[in-house]
Design a protein around this ligand. Structure first.
Ligand SMILES: C[S@@+](CC[C@H](N)C(=O)[O-])C[C@H]1O[C@@H](n2cnc3c(N)ncnc32)[C@H](O)[C@@H]1O
Length: 462
C-alpha cells in the first residue's frame, strides 16, 4: 500500500500573513556545560491568543468557556492531550505492521501486495513465533504481545490472524477515506486542497515512516534560501529536526531488506555542509520526537558512535519509479559530506538499485535526541546561543488539527532565534500573535507519477 505524504501548495494560495506580531518572552539563560533545557508545557499565557483567535476550531471540551475557566482547565487539558497524542503512536505502529505484512520480503516468498494477504499473514505469524535476529519481526511480536497474543500457540495464531485482518481492513478503509476527502475538495472550483491536505491525518495513528523524498525537498529549499541570501554562508549553528522518523518498511515501496533507519538528521547536516550554510565544526542538531521507538533508535546510534562505530544508511531506488533526474542526482551524492559510500552485501528485489553510506561517528555524536511533543511542549529555558537557527518539520504537522498546529507553531517560534527559519511541507494558519510568518516556498517534483511532489514552505521568526 503505497502511502505518500504529499501536501502540494496550490500556486494560487495566498499566504495568510497577518500583521501586528506580538513578541514572545523567553525564559532566562542557564549557564554551564550541561544543556539545562527541558520539555516545558505551553503555558496558558502563550496559548490564550490562539484560543481566542481560533475559537471556532478549539476542541469541544475547551469551547464556550470564559477566560478564567480556560485558565484553570489549561494545564489539566495539556497533560491529558499529551497522553492522548502519545497513545496515537500505537495505531501508527499498527499501520507500519500493515505495510510490512503487505510488502515485506524477509519473512515470505509470496508476491507483494494485497492479493496474497492471507498467505502472507500466515507466513508473518509463523515468523514472529521465533523472531530471533530480525528487528522488524521482534517489533511485530512485541505489538501482538501487548494485546495478550502468543503466536507460539494455536489459539494465539488464530487471534493474530484475526488481529492482522482487522488492521488491514482498518488501514484500507482509512486510505480510501483520505483519497475521498482530497477528491471532494478537488472537485470544487478553487477548493482549499492544500489546507485540507495539511491536516489530512489529524485523527490517524502517528506513523514513523520516512524516505529520501522529504530529504531531497529540504535540500532544494536550503539551496534556494542560500542562493537568495536568506541563509547566509556558514551561519547555521543550531538545527532542530521535529519528527525525524524511522524507516521501518519504506512507505513508498515497503522494502525491508535493510535494518530500520533514520535519514533526515544526517541528510540535513549533509545538505547544510554541502551548500555552505553550516558553521564549520560547530553544527549541533537536536531531534525532537514523541516516539520512544525513534528516540531509542537515535540514542542507541549515539551510544555506538561514542565507541567509534559508524551508522549505515541504505538508500533503495526502484528503477521503475520514474524519479526525476534531480532526485536521482541527490540519491547518488547523498551523504558525501557526512560519510563515505559503503559496499554492503544486501539482497534488494529485482529492479532495485541500492546505495549505502557509512555516516561518520563524529556526525552521529553531534545529534542529540530529545523526547518532546511539539504540539504541547517546547525546550526551555533556552539561552540566546542555544536557540535554533533552523527547524525542519516535514510530514508531521499533517497529523494535527489547525488548533494543534497553531500551538505547535507557538512552541517552534519560542525556540527559534529572531530571523531563524522553520521549513515545513504544511501550510499553517498564521496568527498575528505568533511571530512566525511564511516568506516563500520551494516546489519539488519527485517523479513523473501524478502528485508525487511537495512544497516546502519557509516560515521566518520575526
Ligand atoms: C511520518 S514521520 C515523518 C518523518 C520525516 N520527518 C519525514 O518527513 O519523512 C512523523 C514523525 O513525527 C513524529 N511526531 C508525530 N507527532 C509528533 C509530535 N507531536 N511531536 C514530536 N514528534 C512527533 C513521529 O513520531 C515521527 O517520527
Amino acid at each position: 500500500m503505497a502511502q505518500r505524504y504529499n501536501s502540494r501548495v496550490t500556486r494560487s494560495f495566498a499566504w495568510p500573513v497577518l500583521t501586528a506580531a506580538v513578541g514572545i518572552t523567553f525564559l532566562g539563560n542557564a549557564a554551564g556545560g550541561q544543556q539545562p533545557w527541558v520539555p516545558t508545557p505551553i503555558s496558558f499565557q502563550d496559548s490564550k491568543p490562539i484560543l481566542e483567535r481560533l475559537a471556532a476550531s478549539v476542541p469541544p471540551e475547551l469551547a464556550a468557556r470564559s477566560s478564567a475557566e480556560l485558565e484553570s482547565a489549561w494545564s489539566g487539558w495539556v497533560s491529558r492531550r499529551n497522553r492522548e497524542i502519545r497513545a496515537r503512536l500505537e495505531r501508527g505502529d499498527e499501520d507500519s505492521i500493515v505495510n510490512f505484512l503487505l510488502f515485506g520480503a524477509t519473512f515470505t516468498t509470496r508476491p507483494r501486495g494485497a492479493e496474497a494477504v492471507q498467505a502472507r499473514t500466515a507466513d508473518l505469524i509463523s515468523a514472529i513465533a521465533s523472531p530471533v535476529g530480525n528487528e522488524r519481526l521482534q517489533f511485530v511480536r512485541e505489538v501482538v504481545a501487548r494485546r495478550g497474543i502468543d503466536p507460539t500457540t494455536a489459539t494465539g495464531r488464530e487471534q493474530a490472524r484475526a488481529y492482522f485482518g482487522e488492521l488491514v481492513a482498518r488501514v484500507a478503509g482509512e486510505t480510501d477515506g483520505y483519497a475521498r476527502e482530497i477528491q471532494a475538495v478537488r472537485s470544487k472550483p478553487n477548493g482549499p486542497e492544500f489546507a485540507v491536505r495539511s491536516s489530512l491525518y489529524r485523527t490517524r495513528g502517528l506513523s514513523s515512516d520516512t524516505s529520501i523524498r522529504p530529504d531531497f525537498a529540504i535540500d532544494r529549499a536550503i539551496e534556494r534560501l542560500v542562493s537568495m541570501g536568506l541563509i547566509k554562508a556558514a551561519s547555521i549553528r543550531r538545527v532542530g529536526v521535529i519528527g525525524p522518523g524511522l524507516d521501518f518498511t519504506d512507505k513508498a515501496e515497503g522494502y525491508d531488506f535493510y535494518p530500520p533507519q533514520t535519514t533526515q538528521p544526517f541528510s540535513v547536516i549533509d545538505s547544510l555542509r554541502r551548500l555552505g550554510a553550516a558553521r564549520t565544526n560547530d553544527l549541533r542538531l537536536t531531534t525532537l520526537d514523541v516516539s520512544p521507538r525513534v528516540n531509542r533508535h537515535l540514542e542507541a546510534a549515539r551510544e555506538r558512535a561514542s565507541r567509534g562505530e559508524s551508522y549505515v544508511v541504505v538508500l533503495p531506488r526502484d528503477r521503475e519509479s520514474r524519479w526525476r533526474p534531480e532526485l536521482i542526482g541527490f540519491w547518488k551524492t547523498f551523504g558525501s559530506r557526512v560519510g563515505e559510500a559503503a559496499n554492503l552485501s544486501l539482497s534488494p528485489p529485482d529492479g532495485v538499485d541500492v546505495r549505502a553510506v557509512r555516516i561518520r561517528p563524529d556526525v552521529v555524536s553531534s545529534i542529540d535526541a530529545r523526547d518532546l511533543n511539539i504540539v504541547l511542549e517546547r525546550l526551555a529555558p533556552l539561552a540566546d546561543e542555544d536557540r535554533f537557527d533552523l527547524i525542519v518539520a516535514t510530514n508531521m504537522l499533517v497529523y494535527y488539527s489547525v488548533f494543534e498546529q497553531s500551538l505547535a507553531l507557538a512552541n517552534v517560534a519560542s525556540m527559534l532565534r529572531p530571523g531563524g527559519l522553520l521549513l515545513s511541507n504544511n501550510v499553517l494558519v498564521e496568527l498575528p500573535t505568533t511571530p512566525l510568518h511564511a516568506i516563500g516556498d520551494t516546489s519539488v517534483i519527485y517523479s513523473d507519477h501524478p502528485d508525487d511532489s511537495d512544497d516546502i514552505v519557509w516560515y521566518r521568526r520575526q
